[in-house]
Write a protein that binds this ligand. Structure first.
Ligand SMILES: *Cc1c(COP(=O)(O)O)cnc(C)c1O
Length: 371
């Protein structure tokens, strides 16, 4: 029996093989590899797609967060409110600019930052709120933006998993002061290496991000500040330009796969699908399709599925506040802790067939029923 991976890039690469190899050859022939015409065009095309004034290509999603935070003036002594239920890069970027992450618990149904718990964590040092659009599902942005206005805070969105996701008809990442994307190969829009992007509607912030990514210089060799070497290279930009033309169709494919999973899992005891009361405010683009496995059976279910040839993942097994470096702060965030014990992400990719999904669900059923 063929193994089922957590995601499969082969179908999209095969589909675009001709276009991709052609554009890669064009870059090789051009002899320009950093900040050339592809990077520039990709920035414009992505900005148009996302509905923002500026897009700035950088080395990675992590760098997008670091440079974005710095461009917003976040630095030593500042606090940034964020979720503990995310990839470490979210908190790492806050630390990297010298600020302190302040963790707020998540909502149990969506696993997104809980806006009702933010206000009590706002202090005189709070500078920004950093929601993460986890799994491709937009965070609850309305109350977050409204708190930011009330307390004069910046909003920087971690949209690394949410390219094309929407909240009230606007693209996730385009709602706050700055939005950050990752083009790590496994993301919804993935390059063939590392890549990332910052978006903003603010001309000054955009200009400052461009300045920072290029060693703190506006003019070559006239460096004015300590910046970064963080640029999206021509090969990645060329690949991303080809893929960007298909992102709508692929995200739609993911949404279809998720609907099928929900249908197949309906009534199955011991499993809870997330976000069952979606209000229509959210266009979830399912970077992951994640369920909760109840009664402490998650790890055993994962192991049984693995033995049946079905790969699943746990995003994330340790909420950030329980990492050794934060443990002594004594955070208790019960929703994030419960989620870390129960979540299981099932295989998903845009071209996944119902037949393969049936095997995944069958594997999950057998694992649960035999316990
Ligand atoms: C992938 C990811 C990042 C980091 O992106 P890189 O491109 O790998 O640096 C940051 N935040 C979240 C939520 C991510 O999933």
């Amino acid at each position: 029996m063929q193994k089922i991976p957590i995601f499969d890039l082969k179908p999209e690469i095969e589909l675009l093989w001709g276009e991709l190899t052609e554009t890669i050859h064009d870059v090789l022939r051009s002899g320009r590899f950093i900040l050339g015409p592809n990077a520039e065009s990709f920035e414009q095309e992505a900005a148009r797609y996302l509905g923002v004034r500026h897009a700035i290509g950088v080395n990675s999603g992590t760098d997008a967060l670091i440079i974005g935070l710095q461009a917003l003036g976040v630095g030593p002594g500042d606090e940034v409110i964020t979720t503990p239920f995310t990839f470490f890069a979210t908190a790492e970027a806050i630390e990297r600019v010298g600020a302190t992450p302040v963790f707020v618990d998540i909502e149990p149904d969506s696993l997104q930052l809980d806006p009702r718990q933010i206000e009590m964590k706002i202090s005189s040092r709070t500078k920004a709120i950093l929601p993460v659009h986890l799994y491709g599902r937009p965070a609850e942005m309305d109350p977050i933006l409204s708190l930011a206005r009330t307390y004069d805070l910046k909003v920087i969105e971690d949209a690394a998993q949410a390219f094309g996701s929407e909240y009230q008809g606007k693209k996730a990442g385009a709602l706050g002061d700055v939005g950050c994307y990752s083009f790590f190969p496994s993301k919804n829009l993935g390059a063939f290496g590392d890549g990332g992007m910052i978006v903003t509607n603010d001309d000054d912030i955009a200009e400052y991000c461009r300045f920072l990514r290029q060693h703190g210089s506006r003019k070559k060799y006239f460096n004015e500040a300590v910046g970064y070497n963080s640029r999206l290279d021509e090969l990645q930009a060329a690949v991303l330009r080809v893929k960007l033309r298909h992102i709508e169709e692929w995200n739609q494919g993911r949404i279809g796969v998720a609907e099928t999973y929900r249908k197949l899992l309906r009534g199955q005891s011991g499993v809870v699908c997330l976000d069952e009361k979606n209000t229509g405010d959210h266009r979830h683009v399912y970077h992951q399709f994640t369920v909760r496995i109840l009664q402490g059976r998650r790890d055993e279910v994962q192991e049984r599925m693995r033995r049946a040839g079905i790969e699943t993942m746990i995003y994330y097994p340790i909420p950030l506040h329980l990492l050794p470096m934060y443990q002594e702060l004594g955070y208790e965030l019960p929703q994030a802790e419960a989620a870390a014990r129960e979540v299981l992400s099932l295989p998903i990719w845009p071209q996944m067939t119902e037949q393969v999904q049936l095997r995944v669900v069958q594997g999950l059923r057998v694992a649960l029923d035999s316990m």
